[in-house]
Each structure stands twice: as structure tokens, then as C-alpha cells.
Design a protein around this ligand. Structure first.
Ligand code: FAD
Length: 463
């Protein structure tokens, strides 16, 4: 990272700390730590150079301008001269800070604290086409858009993120979130409604006993695998602080067989659940909701089915690729990721396995790591440097090691910073600190620092 860029990021973090009224001594300590964090980087991605390249007039189309699309657009316009870059993105607030939705759901942030206007973060020397790709035609090197017709490219970067599929649960649609005790933090308005329902849960617990709150996790890959647990830990903390925890049973029903694929983090989370009297019932997939009766139907691993009543439920929806990608030649056509429709790219170089002028980054990439913004912070350097090599006709040298991070909120004031890679081993940014411990320090980083780092560091391709 260049010194000027670091200074800019630290300036933004400093102003965030000032807004939140953090005392000077604490702020200085955190600033010192953050500069270390921003300067060191654990992954092989950083080994890739960012040489200024001649784009030879190539047309580069980026489909999707969210966290991944905006970041790679800034990398390309900074590092490649003489290229025509277009971002196709329909949403004018596509870069809003999704990780903040967990904090909105628990009443710690407001919705307006996460909003980002795309125009403020897209590079000025890229063309923003405010539209949606409705058809990918990689055999003809073009995409068809909804309003702007066919757009040709020499290189295409897929950054469309994923689709939330609430409708895959029988009896449920996205519009039902906020009604009949059904909450979900997976979209910003859902997070706002989740906070209303948690407040109602607290209110109800004042007069009722034996209240049942369920938390689910589906059998598809999801973005931020930690979020279903984070909102459960926060609900616990809010009830405990209101001295009402005893009257509410909190149960986690995930489709998978554990909390984390990484042994150290899994064992630590088992401990956090035990300490807080939270229950986990693995291998149970939510398949239907009866809203009138407040009844959830789950399918066990052996195919058998059972029902549970609830007063409050937090649903993490099934997720898949947007249909335009799923139904295109660009999606995975065999293996266990086929049904999701994810982009079929090489897990190390992020280039498409069939089309050598197509790359994918972010949630849409069909690679075996956890889908997070932190992963994009490493992926964009690999994708960007390999794009340069592809333009220059050279071998692709930059490789991604699967780095991803989940700041697992375990309490108000505590976070375990779970960082790991393809080998499913911890990949800590500060290895001197045991990564499997919950710490106030990481809470501080999560609540005060990661957002300015996202907006003014990552999105601008500075860190
Ligand atoms: C509740 C929650 C908590 C999270 N917590 C964390 C966390 O603590 N740490 C962390 O690192 N990450 C976290 N994440 C994950 C992180 O936010 C995502 O991984 C990241 O935003 C993915 O970026 P993306 O660009 O791939 O997708 P997105 O940011 O979703 O952007 C995709 C964009 O593509 C556009 N698009 C879709 N289809 C098309 C099309 N056909 N044509 C054109 N454009 C299209 C969409 O409009 C969208 O703007 C969290 C996410 C959620 C929801």
C-alpha cells in the first residue's frame, strides 16, 4: 500500500473515531494498530505486483458494481492506461456497506450509516452504465442489457454478487420479513425490521415465559457464514442486558454439521454457545414456514421432516447466483456447486475455466472459500494483476490462497476475528494474538474501523 493512500485511509478512520466520541488515548492506540494491520498482509495475493500496464485500447466490461465490481474498477483504472472500462450496475447505492446490517439488526447502527452512493466511489474515468445485464454471450464476447442493448467486450469481469432466495422456503417471500415474528438481516430493510422484532421480543419477555426464538442457516453457500450466529449472539446479549434472558430459549438450526470448517474457530464457538446457554441442532434445513401458526418445518439429513413452533425466527435465506449467470454458459456445469449457478472460475487465478477473457470476483465466484468483503480485499489484486497479464499475453502468475475473514460478534463488546484460507487453517493478520479468542479489540475494529477501511480503502483499491 502506498504511503499517500495509507494516510487517506487513516484520516477517514480518525474522523470516524471522532464522530463516535472515542477518547484520544484509545484512538491513538487503535490508530497505531490499524496502520500495522493495513500495512501487513497475510496472503500470497499481495506478492503480486501492480505494474502500470498499457491496455492497448481494450474494452473491459465489469458486470455488477457492488463491493467487488467497484474495487476492481478502481484497480483497473489506476493500473492500466488506455483501456475503455464500463461498469454495468443498476443500483445507485450498490456499494452500501452490507456487513453493517448485522449491527442495524441489533439496534447498534441506523440504516443511513451504511449507505454508499455508487457515483462517489466508481472511478471517474470508467463509464457507468446504469442498467442490468440480462444475457451473457461469452461465445460472441458481448452482454445484452435491459435498456442499452448489446455491449461488446475484450475482457469481462463478473462481479454480480448473489441472489437471496427466500422463495425457496415454502410459504415465504422476501416481503414477509418483518411480519409474524419473521426477521432477516440479509438486506438493509430486513435488518431494520429485525431490530423492531428484537425489541418486540424483549417487550414480550417482560410478561411471557417460555418464549421460543429460532435462528436458521440454509444448505446453500451464503455470504458471511458468521452472520446467522452473530445476530443470535447479539439477541442473547440484548436479552441478558434487559435481565430477561431466562424467559427466552434461543436455538440455532443450521443445515450444516458445524459452526466453522476451521477446527480452531469451531471449537471456540462451541465454547461461546455453552457459556451463554445457547443451543445448536446441526443438520436441519428449514424448508417451510406456516406464518399463521408460526410453525417452521425442517428436513433432517436422513430426509425426515419435523415442525417447530416459534415466537421469533431469524431466517438466513438460501442463496444462488443471479439467473442471468446461472442460465449462461459461464456457470459451473458439474460437481456439487452446479445447482447454485456460480461462475466457473479457477480458484487460484480467478480466470474462467472455459473462456480465457472472463474473470470473476466476489460472491459470484464458484470457489471453495467463504463469501465475504474481506475475501474481495485479496481477490481484486489477483484478478487485476492476472487481467494485466492476460492483456499482455503473459502467463497468469498471481494466485489467491482463499483468504477470507469473519469478524464473529459473540457479544456486545466482543468479537472473534476468524481469518482463514483454502487450507481451512487460521490466517491471522496479527498472528501474535490467538485468533480463536473473543476480544474487545476486534469489536472496536469491527464497529469503528472496518467501515472507513471499506469505503476509503478497499473500494478505492488502496488497501
Ligand atoms: C448481513 C451481512 C453481514 C455481512 N458481514 C460481513 C463481514 O462481517 N465481513 C465481510 O467481509 N463481509 C461480510 N458480508 C459479506 C459482504 O458484504 C459481501 O461478501 C460483499 O458485499 C460481496 O460483494 P459483491 O460485489 O460480490 O456483491 P454485492 O456487493 O452484493 O454487489 C453485487 C452487485 O451486482 C449487481 N448485479 C447483480 N446482477 C446483475 C446483473 N445481471 N447485471 C448488472 N449488475 C448486477 C447488484 O445490483 C449488486 O450491486 C456480510 C453480508 C451480509 C448480507
Amino acid at each position: 500500500m502506498k504511503k499517500n493512500d495509507l494516510d487517506l485511509v487513516l484520516k477517514e478512520i480518525k474522523s470516524e473515531l471522532k464522530i463516535k466520541g472515542v477518547d484520544r488515548r484509545t484512538a491513538l492506540k487503535i490508530m497505531a494498530l490499524s496502520s500495522t494491520t493495513l500495512l501487513t498482509n497475510p496472503t500470497s495475493a499481495n506478492a503480486a505486483t501492480s505494474a502500470k500496464a498499457n491496455g492497448k485500447g481494450v474494452k473491459i466490461v465489469i458486470a455488477g458494481g457492488g463491493a467487488a465490481g467497484c474495487t476492481i474498477a478502481n484497480f483497473i483504472t489506476k493500473n492500466i492506461d488506455d483501456a475503455q472500462v464500463a461498469i454495468i450496475e443498476p443500483d445507485s447505492q450498490s456499494v452500501s456497506y452490507q456487513p453493517g446490517q448485522t449491527l442495524i439488526g441489533a439496534g447498534i447502527w441506523n440504516k443511513d450509516e451504511i449507505i454508499g452512493e455508487s457515483k462517489d466511489f466508481f472511478p471517474s474515468n470508467a463509464k457507468w452504465i446504469q442498467d442490468r445485464v440480462v444475457e451473457f454471450n461469452p461465445d460472441s464476447n458481448n452482454v445484452r442489457t435491459s435498456k442499452n442493448g448489446v455491449i461488446d467486450y475484450d475482457f469481462l469481469i463478473l462481479a454480480t454478487g448473489l441472489s437471496l432466495n427466500y422463495e425457496a422456503i415454502e410459504g415465504l417471500s422476501k416481503n414477509d420479513i418483518g411480519k409474524n415474528g419473521i426477521s432477516s438481516i440479509y438486506f438493509a430493510d430486513g435488518a431494520v425490521k429485525t431490530w423492531s422484532l428484537i425489541q418486540k421480543l424483549i417487550e414480550d419477555a417482560k410478561s411471557k415465559k417460555d418464549i421460543k426464538a429460532l435462528f436458521t442457516q440454509p444448505n446453500t453457500p451464503i455470504k458471511c457464514g458468521g452472520a446467522p450466529k452473530k445476530i443470535m449472539f447479539l439477541t442473547h446479549a440484548l436479552l441478558r442486558d434487559a435481565k430477561l434472558r431466562d424467559g427466552v430459549k434461543l436455538d440455532f438450526y443450521p443445515a450444516g454439521g458445524g459452526f466453522f470448517g476451521v477446527k480452531e474457530y469451531n471449537e471456540a464457538t462451541i465454547g461461546f454457545f455453552k457459556d451463554r446457554n445457547l443451543n445448536a441442532h446441526f443438520n436441519n434445513n428449514l424448508i417451510a414456514i406456516d406464518q399463521g401458526y408460526r410453525k417452521a418445518t425442517f428436513k433432517r439429513k436422513d430426509g425426515s421432516i419435523f415442525d417447530l413452533n416459534y415466537d421469533f425466527i431469524h431466517i438466513t435465506p438460501p442463496m444462488k447466483a443471479p439467473n442471468e449467470i446461472k442460465e449462461s454458459p459461464l456457470s459451473i456445469k458439474q460437481g456439487n456447486l452446479t445447482s447454485g449457478g456460480w461462475a466457473d472460475v479457477n480458484k487460484d487465478t480467478l480466470i474462467h475455466n472455459k473462456y480465457n477473457n472472463v474473470f470473476a470476483i466476489g460472491d459470484i465466484a464458484g470457489i471453495p472459500t467463504s463469501k465475504t468483503g474481506a475475501a474481495i480485499r485479496e481477490q481484486y489484486k489477483v484478478c487485476g494483476n492476472n487481467l494485466i497479464s492476460a492483456i499482455e499475453g503473459k502467463d497468469l502468475k498471481a494466485t489467491y490462497d482463499g483468504y477470507t475473514a469473519c469478524p464473529l460478534i459473540t457479544d456486545i463488546g466482543k468479537v472473534m476475528m476468524a481469518e482463514f484460507n483454502y487450507k481451512k487453517e487460521p490466517s491471522a493478520t496479527l498472528p501474535m494474538l490467538n485468533p480463536a479468542k473473543e476480544r474487545w479489540l476486534w469489536w472496536f475494529v469491527k464497529v469503528y474501523m472496518l467501515k472507513p477501511m471499506y469505503f476509503y480503502g478497499m473500494l478505492k483499491a488502496r488497501i
